[in-house]
Design a protein around this ligand. Sequence first.
Ligand code: ZN
Length: 384
Amino acid sequence: MNVSLKEIQAIDVHAHPYLANTEPYTPEEFVRKLSLSVIPNQIPPHYKRVKKQPFPGSNMWVQILIQRLAKKFSCEPTLESVVKERNIRAIDFRKYTRDLFSDAKLSGVIADFGYPQPLLSKEDYADLCGARIWEIHRIEPVMVQLSQDCQNFAEFREKYRANLAGALKQDGIVGLKSIIAYRSGLEIAPKDEKLAADEYEKFKENSYAKAKKLRDYCLHVAMEECTKSDKVMHIHTGIGDGEVVLQKASPSFLIDMLRDEKYENTKVHLVHGGYPWIEEAAFIVSILPNVYMDLSLQNPFSGHGVKRILSQVFEFAPFDKVMYGSDAFTVPEMNWIGVHLFKECFEDVLNSWIDSDYMDSETAQAIGEMVLYRNFENVYRKHL
Ligand SMILES: [Zn+2]
């Protein structure tokens, strides 16, 4: 007997909301929606593209999406045909989105409403996709807003902590999130209020300022509040869009903070599993009992790489420490292909483990289900 994940529900532990869009996309607009900014802004005017030649800048995952959507729509596997077909269906955007979610058996999402800004409505997004939505509360927009409202660091410090504590009391908010990897990197210094205060004016003037000591301080406060409320601290790790501080984005930089005794009981969720440093993340979750990782972003954006990643991450990561994710952020096709590609790749990997006699098929099936939704339930159970 082989593993089959097709009928198994998936919970996506990291994705973003988007608005309904019933306007048709041109093929170029559609492919830009799929991009983590690899598509050039300006296609050279004399760029020659023959039939079937991939659109400039599109990579393997875009190719896989076109191929799979063509199969679903029974049309030619070209960008132009697929976009034409999806535009017809997307006129009723709510129905189209709900169909894609239910086809993928995608029943719930932890949504990061920190992107896009300004904030979208949770109710609207839940209604659009028909799945359960939980939220995380991003700390950076809070820091920026309060730096505008507060005259001095003492006031900022009080209001910042109160904001986080207040958010964590709300039902449906499962934790906090930091994108410090986009601002000053993951090498977090010990908490130091005096040094943080010294950088307050600089941050007040420019919310994009590195202000590392202040940012490190704010992350510590967020960790403390998550500990108190027993909710989960999400930390962006690894690559992201073009702004990330790549030199300091490996999850290994977090190790000193994560190993600190005072955070022994703090639940931490390494968003994007540190890709491409997934082996570091896998090792970290293997040694620290309350640290978890997801496979969002690398799935589906590494395309065929998802299969390699699944094999590699379980070289060290315990089976109960890894969760499904997509980082879908613009169109529901991303949520849809995320689940399908992941299930397809994981089935291959799990079946190869059965073939190698590492486990029987029931065990392999159970592992598949753990990563798709059971681990999520165990980590977040208290707050569902
Ligand atoms: Zn994201």
